[in-house]
Design a protein around this ligand. Structure first.
Ligand SMILES: [Zn+2]
Length: 560
């Protein structure tokens, strides 16, 4: 208090209390664990070793009450929010897929036909069976150009042009590309190629070390092998729950341990690696090679490495958050993190590294599991929400014969606006009629129209605010459908899975945020914070401008 009033009296205060001197940070390491719900690492802390989550817990600041404030808790939306500190209404990545009204086609978030994939041996037959949203993509080209605001990594590039090395790595393209920003370079795992790849947005051709890594037979050690339990069976909380009928029984992989990856040339081999801790292990191996080959963290100019680990998400989709598979996956993730931290300490020094770990979204429980606990949970009947079904409802309600609904892709229903114009019904009125019809269907809790959102007519509620925060007028649909809490989607574009995130409910919005770095005092913080705070916090510590659309606040436990 004395200090504050002293500063106020002088009008100018030229020092900040306990701030971390920027030159000490040689590397910013941003880790994202796809679908790591906030409670999951705490649930298994007793089973973890010393160097992974326990290191973060003992030496870092752990925020236990961090939630997203946007409605569509999908992968690209969360990763872009982590990168930009902005809401999807501002960064524009409002869903994994949206309708491009100009072309009339559904588009995949990071697709960009101008920048084709750099890959010699992609086998389209092995394309992403367990990543079906990618099937929407109209080309294999990829870039960050659809992201509408700058990222932390872009601001770092502005501050240290040509000096700061900036990279993003993930199994998923949508996990790597947003964090690398416009200025950095991104690599992701192509299941079709069985290799880490990039696009012509970043390179004319892959660097030599990438080609070398890809031809080193790194995947071979998994061929013909199985994902087996890591520890003694007795040590698992859920050892008696391995064979549960809500788990996905993927052909050849099954729903009980051991899970077979198959032969090197089998159709699903590369996909199944990603549905197990092997996907994270390969990602780590590639990221380590990148750090050494590109010389990250070698000098006093801060570099940036983003690693997004995808296995937890795929395991969650197939087996649920409370499965033996998730338990073992988290034990292996903890080992992967410990391996990473040890490596960073050797190569860069943890004292020169600022680490932040979070997730792009939380995750649901499988409804079958909740039912066993006598909880009211079930799957949404997706047949009621097809364009045909919704057109039928509008024919009746509006007494028209024209098909007014173009498509429904969670969470948005898109109208055929030309048809609405021809029918002379007015866009806002048709949106409202559609919302009213949707509200009559089972499991629909809310249905919000784009016109009400853009005109600020939504009644002030937490859910409506989150739907508005997700609305970008060119990309968002005409009506946003909110299903009831614990009404789960299990159709993943044709593949039936245990459960899928993407809801407004807390289980899908709750994520951990953990900072570890030189000068950061260890602690656990339970006040409400958001992942939009991460990018402005990093900017504050490194004395950079915060990203252009950033909405969050620097987290004081970390910046002071
Ligand atoms: Zn997912």
């Amino acid at each position: 208090m004395i200090l504050k009033s002293y500063c106020a009296a002088l009008l100018v205060c030229t020092f900040s209390v306990g701030a971390i001197a920027a030159p000490e940070t040689r590397l910013v390491l941003q880790i994202t664990v796809d679908q790591l719900r906030g409670d999951l690492p705490l649930r298994h802390m007793q089973q973890f070793g010393k160097g992974g989550f326990a290191l973060l817990k003992n030496k870092g600041v752990w925020y236990t009450n961090a939630t997203y404030r946007h409605a569509n808790t999908e992968t690209i939306v969360g990763h872009s929010s982590l990168a930009t500190g902005a809401l999807p209404a501002v960064h524009g990545m409002i869903g994994n897929v949206w309708l491009d009204r100009e072309s009339g086609k559904l588009v995949y978030n990071v697709e960009d036909p101008r920048y084709s994939l750099l890959s010699d041996n992609a086998d389209v037959d092995k394309a992403s069976e367990i990543d079906p949203t990618q099937r929407v993509a109209n080309s294999d080209g990829r870039s960050p150009q659809a992201i509408l605001s700058s990222t932390f990594s872009d601001e770092l590039a502005i501050r240290y042009p040509g000096q700061s090395k900036i990279y993003g790595v993930s199994v998923k393209d949508r996990g790597a590309i947003p964090l690398a920003g416009d200025s950095g370079k991104a690599f992701w795992f192509s299941k079709a190629a069985g290799a880490f790849v990039s696009s012509t947005y970043y390179y004319d051709g892959h660097p030599d070390w990438v080609q070398k890594w890809n031809s080193a037979g790194k995947l071979d050690r998994y061929a013909g092998q199985h994902w087996e339990l890591t520890n003694e069976p007795d040590s698992y909380q859920r050892i008696d729950q391995d064979d549960s009928d809500w788990e996905t029984d993927f052909p050849g992989y099954g729903r009980t341990f051991p899970h077979a990856w198959g032969d090197r040339d089998s159709k699903y081999f590369t996909t199944l690696l990603t549905v197990s801790p092997a996907g994270d292990e390969l990602t780590l191996d590639f990221a380590k090679t990148l750090l050494l080959e590109e010389g990250l963290g070698e000098d006093s100019v801060p570099d940036y490495l983003s690693i997004s680990f995808s296995s937890t998400d795929y395991v969650g989709h197939l087996f649920g958050s409370s499965s033996l598979e998730m338990e073992d996956n988290l034990i292996r993730l903890d080992r992967t993190l410990a391996d990473l931290f040890k490596f960073i300490d050797q190569e860069v020094g943890l004292k020169h590294t600022l680490i932040v770990l979070s997730a792009d979204h939380g995750g649901p429980e499988a409804p079958g599991y909740l039912q066993e606990l006598h909880q009211d949970a079930d799957y949404v009947d997706d047949q009621l929400f097809t364009a045909d079904a919704l057109n039928g409802l509008l024919h009746e309600k509006l007494d028209v014969t024209a098909d007014l609904v173009k498509t429904y892709f969670h969470p948005y229903v898109y109208l055929d606006r030309e048809a609405v114009g021809r029918a002379g019904l007015g866009l806002a009125a048709t949106q409202r009629a559609l919302a009213e019809a949707l509200l009559q269907l089972p499991d629909v809790a809310y249905a919000y129209t784009a016109s009400d959102i853009t005109q600020g007519l939504l009644k002030d509620s937490a859910i409506a605010t989150m739907v508005s925060a997700n609305h970008q007028d060119k990309r968002s649909g005409d009506v946003y459908v909110v299903f009831e809490s614990r009404a789960f989607i299990n159709d993943f574009d044709g593949l039936t899975v245990a459960a899928t995130h993407g809801s407004v409910w807390r289980y899908d919005r709750h994520v951990p945020i953990i900072f570890l770095g030189n000068g950061i005092k260890a602690g656990t913080v339970s006040r409400a914070v958001t992942p939009y705070d991460i990018a402005p916090t990093l900017s504050n510590i490194l004395e950079l401008e915060a990203p252009s659309g950033s909405d969050g606040e620097p987290l004081e436990e970390v910046t002071q």
